[in-house]
Design a protein around this ligand. Structure first.
Ligand SMILES: [Zn+2]
Length: 219
């Protein structure tokens, strides 16, 4: 998939080194930098740093948060297409709803049908967890099977922690991987290390992968 990018973007780390930028071909180039951090920066750059995208309130730059339009708990990836700057109140109220559901919820709240809507939503979530792979658009997931993912991570890292257990519990309960793995155009791992390790350890063959065709990691 192609992610939303501005025409120009440059990002420096704390020591003043240029660690992310958009080249002349419109490809986002990443050096040694946190992928999530760059995605957050890009979302602010394109969608604003001081206005909530839900209620429209103008807030201080320090108080802005990033909302995942498709929630992370349901496979929502941290990519620009899925991120909206929002105020803390809206972000908290939205919780694990999608942006579309949240808008319906706000309407239901105005019409005093809040409780009914929450009940419907509960049923929907049971359904989605059981039967659907993810809540996110199907076209985001690569149709090609990815046979090789390149990861530059020290495997001595103690990765079997809380997140690993969550991935395991989810798989055991629902029979599918909770979150897709994100790689750049060359198959370099950008996000989803825990998912990848859990799949590898459990010999899970069908692993959903999001390939970002306009992102490239360089060394
Ligand atoms: Zn708001």
């Amino acid at each position: 998939m192609i992610i939303e990018l501005p025409r120009k973007f440059t990002f420096f780390n704390e020591t003043g080194e240029k660690v992310a930028y958009i080249n002349e071909q419109g490809i986002l180039i990443l050096k040694e930098v946190s992928f999530r951090k760059v995605m957050f920066e890009l979302a602010y750059e394109m969608k604003g740093r001081n206005r909530c995208c839900y209620c429209g309130k103008i807030i201080k730059e320090k108080q802005i948060t990033i909302d995942h339009m498709y929630p992370q708990d349901f496979g929502g990836p941290t990519i620009t297409n899925n991120l909206l700057p929002s105020c803390q109140e809206c972000n908290n109220e939205k919780g694990n709803m999608t942006t579309k559901q949240y808008k319906k919820y706000l309407l239901a709240k105005r019409q005093r049908r809040r409780k009914e809507y929450i009940e419907d939503l509960k049923q929907y979530l049971i359904y989605i967890r059981k039967w659907e792979l993810f809540e996110i658009p199907k076209e985001w997931i690569s149709k090609k099977e990815i046979t090789e993912i390149i990861a530059r991570i020290d495997l001595n890292d103690d990765y079997i922690g809380k997140n690993y257990k969550n991935a395991k519990n989810f798989y055991e309960k629902y029979g599918h991987i909770q979150k897709p793995v994100i790689v750049d155009r060359k198959g370099f791992l950008l996000d989803g290390f825990i998912t990848l390790m859990y799949a590898k350890n459990s010999k899970i063959k069908r692993l959903p992968v999001i390939v970002l065709e306009n992102v490239e990691v360089v060394t």
